[in-house]
Design a protein. Structure first.
Length: 196
């Protein structure tokens, strides 16, 4: 093999290696970047009974770089599915607001990502408590929920009713555990939060 061919092959190899490294970098880093939230302080608050909403909340937290807060009722809901379903139905009818381990504090935040599973076509009861125990006047709520096939139903409009002085934005709705980084990024970008 002549020297000229060796040099050409060497150059081709180096170019290929640089391209491969670039493609690898793109694939491994495109989901790690934190979305630019300007100077906004972000809280990601959620209640989750069986883990789906928690998984979505953690993805949103990683993407926004906000603080994470789990809304927890003082008395845990029964593990038995039928029992929690009938208890939740009764609580919805009464507008019941269970006591929380910690009511949280939204005072220091501009934007609150607020997540809930859909329970009987609306938010879960502990989220009702969180909304009424905090002062949301002048705050922006970016709501999200996970559901079992019925969609968000009245979840977001009911949130606005419980926090009339907040600005409740378009929500991110996902089925069971299907929330994806890609969808969350696109939802957040469309919300244009730097301008809020
Ligand atoms: C008490 C109860 C009520 C529910 N009501 C609804 C509903 O009205 N519509 C719906 O699509 N899914 C409903 N589901 C399904 C949950 O919304 C769905 O499984 C959700 O992803 C659970 O989130 P989690 O794992 O964060 O608790 C209900 C589940 C429970 C336990």
């Amino acid at each position: 093999m002549s020297n000229k061919i060796r040099i050409i092959l060497g150059v081709v190899l180096v170019v290929c290696a640089i391209c491969a490294a670039g493609v690898y970098y793109l694939f491994t880093n495109q989901n790690k970047e934190v979305v630019n939230m300007g100077d906004k302080k972000v809280l990601v608050a959620y209640y989750s009974y069986s883990g789906n909403t928690e998984a979505a909340a953690k993805k949103i937290q990683a993407i926004t770089g906000g603080d994470l807060f789990e809304i927890q009722p003082k008395t845990a809901y029964p593990k038995d599915y039928n029992a929690v379903v009938s208890q939740a139905q009764e609580e919805k009818q009464k507008g019941f607001k269970p006591e929380l381990v910690d009511n949280g504090d939204v005072k220091d935040y501009d934007i609150i990502f607020l997540g809930t599973p859909v329970w009987w076509y609306t938010m879960a009861s502990p989220v009702r408590t969180f909304l009424t125990k905090n002062d949301f006047s002048g705050k922006v709520i970016a709501p999200f929920c996970t559901h079992g096939g019925g969609g968000e139903s009245a979840t977001y409009t009911d949130m606005q009713k419980l926090a009339p002085d907040a600005k409740v934005l378009t929500g991110y709705t996902s089925y069971e555990n299907s929330a994806s980084d890609k969808e969350i990024r696109s939802w957040i970008n469309d919300l244009n939060l730097q301008g809020e």
